[in-house]
Design a protein around this ligand. Structure first.
Ligand SMILES: Nc1ncnc2c1ncn2[C@@H]1O[C@H](COP(=O)(O)OP(=O)(O)OP(=O)(O)O)[C@@H](O)[C@H]1O
Length: 257
């Protein structure tokens, strides 16, 4: 599915009843089968923007259009940093949750549940409960649950930021493999520049006060295996470019923290 974010603005009323502009002049698209990453310092409006695209928040101005086969009612798969798995349901029951809600038959639940549990590498853990899973396994279950409804658009808000560095690296690799199999249009939020360059077809660099797009950078590297030695200098160049765009803002955000 193609998504067009057209002139979106978002204002909030803060605790002192002042109007705060969180996002201004936001224009971009997510093309069919494109992986778009939003990167920027704390408070630049990444989560607000993802929530607007996902219909969880409405924009104060502008619009989000969905173009494609199910343009009226896009099916969304959403993965947050803290996966809210239902603690009383096992992995299988969590993964098929959205299918149950949409009225899928038991047979369909079974086939799709098995397929996506297998895709995220959780075969054998179907009967495990969330409290028995490591952080990485919980994220895998959350990804399988998001994929099981076969969404038109995948939204991911810092899905790996609570994981340790090694697990995070593995999950990034696996996400690319999964993405390669599903080819879903994806909007992914991260603070992490390396993660953005590793995953994205295009990186949207956001800046603060108010949140606006500083630059959209196309990553002209093969989608898979960007961590190979032969791409190291190009990878570094992209990372440096993004860092130079957000460094000042990131320093300012630190002062406010
Ligand atoms: N419900 C709200 N009411 C008032 N202000 C809000 C609300 N939600 C977000 N904001 C403000 O909008 C701005 C953008 O917030 P948002 O959480 O989208 O940023 P972010 O880039 O995702 O930050 P982080 O990386 O720290 O999660 C911030 O200044 C924030 O304080």
């Amino acid at each position: 599915m193609r998504v067009v974010v057209d002139n979106v603005e978002k204002t909030f009323i803060d605790s002192k009843k002042r109007e705060v502009t969180a996002l201004e002049n936001i224009n971009f698209s997510i093309e069919e089968q494109e992986f778009v990453v939003l990167v920027g310092p704390s408070g630049c409006g990444k989560s607000t923007l993802l929530n607007i695209v996902g219909g969880l928040l409405s924009p104060s101005k502008g619009e989000v259009y969905f173009e494609g086969k199910e343009q009226k009612n896009p099916k969304l798969g959403i993965v947050f940093q803290e996966i809210a798995l239902l603690p009383w349901r096992n992995v299988y029951e969590n993964v098929i949750y959205g299918l149950e809600e949409s009225g899928a038959s038991k047979q369909e639940q079974k086939v799709k549940g098995k397929h996506y549990i297998d895709m995220v590498g959780l075969t054998g853990f179907e009967k495990a409960f969330p409290k028995q899973l490591s952080g990485g396994m919980k994220q895998r279950a959350g990804i399988a649950r998001a994929l099981a409804v076969e969404p038109d658009l995948l939204l991911m808000d810092e899905p790996f930021s609570a994981l340790d560095a090694q697990t995070r690296t593995i999950m990034q690799e696996e996400l690319l493999t999964i993405w390669d199999r599903t080819r879903l249009s994806t909007l992914y939020v991260t603070h992490n520049i390396q993660e953005a360059v590793y995953l994205a077809d295009r990186v949207i660099v956001l800046s603060r006060h108010p949140g606006h797009i500083k630059k959209i950078i196309k990553i002209e590297l093969p989608k898979m295996g960007r961590d190979q030695e032969k791409y190291r200098s190009q990878f570094e160049r992209y990372s440096q470019e993004i860092w130079s765009l957000i460094r000042h803002d990131a320093e300012e955000a630190l002062k406010e923290a």
